[in-house]
Design a protein around this ligand. Structure first.
Ligand code: NAD
Length: 281
């Protein structure tokens, strides 16, 4: 039976440490602030934004959620980002994705000054990650690395297989695993013989967005399986991994809910606090 990489426990420990850092800043008279911009009424986004607000509250971080109507123009969105860029109370700006179709996501993200880009999606931060320079690292991949290290999963020289090649999960987690000296394979929707690849993985990261996608026969015995997927099936949230079957084969496994999602929020808090710490310097 696999060791459970429990995001709830790991995130709770992380939050304790972060609370301390917020207090140290407060003693120096430095506040920490996060602004979240939510455009439209996407139900999943509403839940994510609420959870981010709750985490800020727990840590004593000032948080503002700015809700804009679905029909908001690109110009109005960028004007708001500009205003938040200049607001000293705000250390982190997050534009909740996905944006409505008529808005240009990449252009909006580029408007955020890289220092306040706590999601790590700005082209400058993504570029730094890909060239081995220090920048803001995207929350979900950063959270996955934290989880693997907390669970003491051996990384150096091991084969990591990532399923998914998105800019927010697949590509950045591949870079972070490479930085830890893994041999990395990135698989995607056009990959031939996917199980042939996944069965070679010592570390398998599933970021596809399809319930039950990773089955037990795709997993090498003893592998560390990280489930990034968030899928809603009959009102229940499930990951990409067939948890019940895979936990019998894997050496380590992360659950959904209570896995990577928890780490993502923790890392968003850490990125925001780090931005405030930079400001304090
Ligand atoms: P995405 O849709 O941008 O990317 C999905 C990837 O899966 C693509 O790169 C595609 O090539 C690959 N894929 C699709 N079908 C495939 C197939 N048959 N075989 C192999 N690969 C295939 O999604 P994303 O933004 O990377 O998110 C992936 C999942 O992770 C979603 O369920 C999302 O909700 C979830 N997610 C969770 C968190 C979290 O904090 N837990 C954060 C971000 C995303």
């Amino acid at each position: 039976m696999a060791v459970l990489m429990d995001g709830r426990i790991m995130a709770a420990q992380l939050m304790e440490g972060l609370k301390e850092r917020v207090n140290v800043l407060k003693e120096k008279g430095v506040g920490v602030g996060l602004a979240v911009i939510l455009v439209g009424e996407d139900p999943a986004s509403q839940v994510y934004v609420r959870n981010k607000g709750k985490a800020c509250e727990e840590l004593g971080i000032h948080s503002e959620t700015i809700r804009l109507p679905e029909e908001t123009s690109q110009q109005a969105l960028e004007a708001l980002i500009d205003q938040l860029n200049q607001d000293d109370r705000i250390d982190g700006i997050l534009v909740q994705l996905p944006l409505p179709r008529h808005l240009n996501e990449a252009q909006a993200l580029r408007k955020i000054i890289p220092e306040k880009d706590v999601d790590g999606f700005h082209i400058e931060n993504a570029g730094k990650l890909f060239t081995g320079q220090q920048g803001v690292v995207a929350c979900t991949p950063k959270g996955i690395m934290h989880m693997l290290k907390e669970a003491k999963v051996p990384l150096s020289g091991r084969h990591a297989v990532v399923i998914g090649r998105s800019n927010i999960v697949g590509k950045p987690i591949a870079m972070l695993l490479l930085d830890e000296n893994c041999t990395v394979t990135i698989c995607h929707s056009r990959t031939q013989d996917l199980p042939g690849h996944t069965r070679q993985a010592d570390i398998l990261v599933a970021a596809v967005g399809r319930a039950g996608f990773v089955t037990a026969d795709m997993v090498k015995p003893g592998a560390a399986v990280v489930d990034v997927g968030i899928n809603r099936v009959n009102g229940k949230v499930v990951g990409d991994v067939d948890f019940e079957a895979v936990e019998k084969v894997a050496g380590y496994i992360s659950p959904v809910p209570g896995g990577v999602g928890k780490m993502t929020i923790g890392m968003l808090m850490e990125n925001t606090i780090e931005a405030a710490e930079r400001k304090a310097k």
